[in-house]
Every structure is written in C-alpha cells, then in structure tokens.
Design a protein around this ligand. Structure first.
Ligand SMILES: Nc1ncnc2c1ncn2[C@@H]1O[C@H](COP(=O)(O)OP(=O)(O)OP(=O)(O)O)[C@@H](O)[C@H]1O
Ligand SMILES: [Mg+2]
Length: 387
C-alpha cells in the first residue's frame, strides 16, 4: 500500500542539538496518527517541519505524489502552499477578529472565495457547535469554545493534512473529554488525515488509528494502539504507556529472582530479546494487573506472589491506589474499595501484605545497566557456545 504522506530521514538541529533525528514516518490517507512522547522529545518540531514552519537540515517530505521538502534537491514549499490545517495548544485565535473572521482566515489566505460565499465558514462553525457564536470575539468565549473554534478554523479549508499540537492540554478534564470526542467524531465523519501530538497516553489510545512513540527525535515504536499496549518494544515504551511498575530481576541457579529474593518463573511472561540477556533483566507491569492479598492463601493458582509491605494508599471512590514495598522496589496497584477498604484503613505503614500477578502480564526487557556480556557479544568475540 502506498502512503499518502511520507517522511524520510528527517533531521532538524538547533546548533549542536539534534532535535529530530533521521525520522521516518508513513501516514495513510484518512489515518489518524498520534505522535506520543515526553516533553522535549521533538514532537512540535516534527509538526512544524511538516507544516513548513521550520526548515530541516536533511531528509524529505512527500504529500501524495508531491514533494514539499527535499534537502538534497533544495526544495522547500512554503507553508501556505502545503494545504495543511493546524490546531495548536494555545488556541491562537486572532483576538481582534470575530469568530467568523477567525474561521474564514484560512480561506482568505488561500483565496478560496467561492467557499466563503457557499457558506463553508458557517458549516465549519456548526460542525463544532459554535454556529451561534460567529459574531463574538475570542475574549467573549470559554476555553472550550475557543478550542472548538480553533478546530473549525483548522478544518475549514478541507486541508490534505490536519496537524494538532496538544490541542486539549489547556482544557479542564471535563472539557478535554468533550472536545476529544468531538474531534474523534469529526474525523470519523470527514475522514481527514491527521497527525495529533500529545503526551497523554489515554488521549493517544482513544484517538489513534496508529501510535508513533517518540524518544529523543526518533520513533521508538510505530504500531496499532492494541499492539503498543500489549507489546511495547522497549522498556521506554512500556513505562510511557502506563506500565509504571519496574522489577529488577537477577538470574540465579534456580532461575529468575526479584530483588527481594522471590522466585519468578518467566515461562509465561512476554520476554523481548531473550537471547540477549546477561545475568539481569527488567520487568514492567501495569498497576491494574497487580492484586493485593492479606495472606499467601488468597493468591490465585498460577500467579506469582511477592511479599510486600504497605507504604501508602489513596481513596479513589470504587478503588484505592496502593503503594507497597517489595525488596528494593515500590509497586503501585489498584485495589477494590469494597474488598480491601476496611483492612487498608486499619493498616499502618509497614503492615505485611502479599501481592500477586499473572506472569503473562509481565513484559521483560534486557537490563540496560547489566555489565555482564550478552550471548550475542560472546558470540561475536569468538567465545560463543558455552551459554
Ligand atoms: N527554536 C529553537 N531553538 C533552539 N532549540 C529549540 C527550538 N525549538 C525547540 N528547541 C529544542 O528542541 C527540543 C524539542 O522541542 P519540541 O518543542 O519539539 O519538543 P516537544 O516534544 O514538542 O515538547 P513538549 O511536549 O514540551 O511540547 C527541546 O529540547 C527544545 O528546547
Ligand atoms: Mg510541543
């Protein structure tokens, strides 16, 4: 399948700082791609390169069959000729223009007068339930209304590609959900192609047809949301998508053990790069997958059990968010309030508990700090065979 938008070897540096590093991306027509990553990893810079607001040092960007940037060929199509819609984090509406003039702006710049007279501005405002606000100024709108106007302005010219840069992050939780679901519905209805930047994993899973997880200017994993959720390719991705618990494992004669000395059978765990382990490894686990018990007798058959001590708990309505200590590590878990509330409320810090989880919920990665040689290193050094 050919991609509608192809980014190849994109590199953007500021002085000695490589912000976007040989980045490749292929986006299908009508796809909603979410770019997810921590602050400073280069998300906004990547969007600005796509939009033509930054000039990369290297690489190429092709929209459909048309190259809009090619460093080798010294081609750089200016922003206003790329047919792109943008929706930013801060609404970026013109304060001195009415809602009508704000939404009309991209049509005016592109000289699409027929669309203005055909009612495109009103239609775009209606799409985001702002049809009654056309004569107001931005200062007379709530935050949610301003962001919806910004979405209408981003879509009004029917751009080939719509770029969203954390458009929901300035909204309170309730409005964020509302505008998020409106963007989701508009995408289903209109079928535009989108790149949506966020550092919120819930937003990414809710909206994305595919997720690109970014690390230091590169794409670490590019996959369907379910695959990212179930099979993070690295510990970095696992940690970023909610596998908050980290267990350091050592290999002993009897197999793998935790820092507290509990044995861990990894036969049913999802192990990555298993051939490359030295004598230590790192396991990641979601708080949702950890169960709390008051004694070993309660551990379900087949689960791994660890001895733990209570550190702290917080009431969350139907559940408690609980932190326990096991060996050198702290684990977070979510305990049912009806089942555990009374006992937790009467427990002191340091009270003994047992936690357990299915080995299938573990994701195991090579330990980045393991100094011992890996199987493949021994093989290349010519010492192979013994392991
Ligand atoms: N104009 C600039 N000059 C110099 N450095 C810059 C410039 N713009 C961005 N940077 C640097 O590039 C890196 C990536 O910035 P970018 O804005 O793309 O990050 P981001 O992933 O969007 O982060 P956030 O989630 O905080 O918005 C940062 O270290 C930033 O300081
Ligand atoms: Mg940014």
């Amino acid at each position: 399948m050919t991609s509608q938008f192809t980014v190849s070897g994109l590199t953007k540096t500021y002085g000695a700082n490589v912000v976007v590093d040989q980045l490749d991306l292929a986006i299908e027509e009508g796809e909603f791609l979410v770019l997810l990553g921590p602050s400073g990893c280069g998300k906004t810079t990547t969007l600005r390169c796509l939009a033509g607001l930054e000039t990369p040092q290297d690489g190429s960007i092709v929209f459909q069959d048309r190259a809009v940037f090619d460093a080798q060929a010294k081609l750089d199509v200016p922003a206003h000729k790329r047919n792109i819609g943008m929706v930013f984090q801060s609404y970026a509406l013109w304060p001195h223009m009415t809602v009508r003039d704000n939404i009309r702006y991209p049509l005016k710049v592109r000289k699409l007068r027929e669309r203005i007279s055909a009612g495109a501005v009103e239609a775009a405002a209606d799409m985001v339930d702002c049809g009654k606000l056309l004569d107001r100024y931005p200062s007379q709108l709530s935050g949610g209304q301003q962001q919806r106007v910004a979405v209408a302005r981003g879509l009004v010219a029917q751009p080939d590609l719509v770029l969203f840069d954390e458009p929901l992050s300035n909204l309170d939780a309730r409005l964020r959900d509302q505008v998020r679901s409106q963007i989701h519905q508009l995408h289903k209805r209109l079928g535009f192609t989108a790149v949506f930047v966020t550092h919120d994993q819930a937003e990414a899973f809710a909206l994305g047809d595919r997720l690109a997880i970014m690390k230091a200017g590169k794409i670490e994993q590019y996959d369907a949301p379910e695959r990212v959720f179930e099979n993070p390719v690295s510990e970095y991705v696992a940690a970023f998508i909610g596998m908050a618990n980290r267990l350091e494992l050592r290999h002993s004669h009897n197999g793998w053990i935790t820092s507290a000395g509990d044995e861990l059978d990894l036969t049913h765990a999802v192990v990555r790069d298993s051939a490359d382990y030295g004598t230590s490894a790192v396991a990641r686990l979601r708080p949702d997958d950890v169960l709390l018990h008051t004694s070993m007798n309660e551990v379900p058959h087949g689960n791994v059990a660890l001895h733990a001590e209570l550190v702290t708990y917080e009431y969350g309505g139907r559940h408690f968010d609980v932190t326990v200590q096991t060996g050198t590590e702290r684990l977070a878990l979510r305990a049912d309030a009806a089942e555990h509330g009374a006992v937790l409320r009467s427990s002191r810090q340091g009270a003994p508990y047992v936690v357990s989880f299915s080995p299938a919920s573990l994701r195991v990665f090579a330990d980045p700090d393991d100094p011992s040689p890996t199987v493949s290193e021994l093989a290349t050094a010519g010492a192979g065979g013994q392991l």
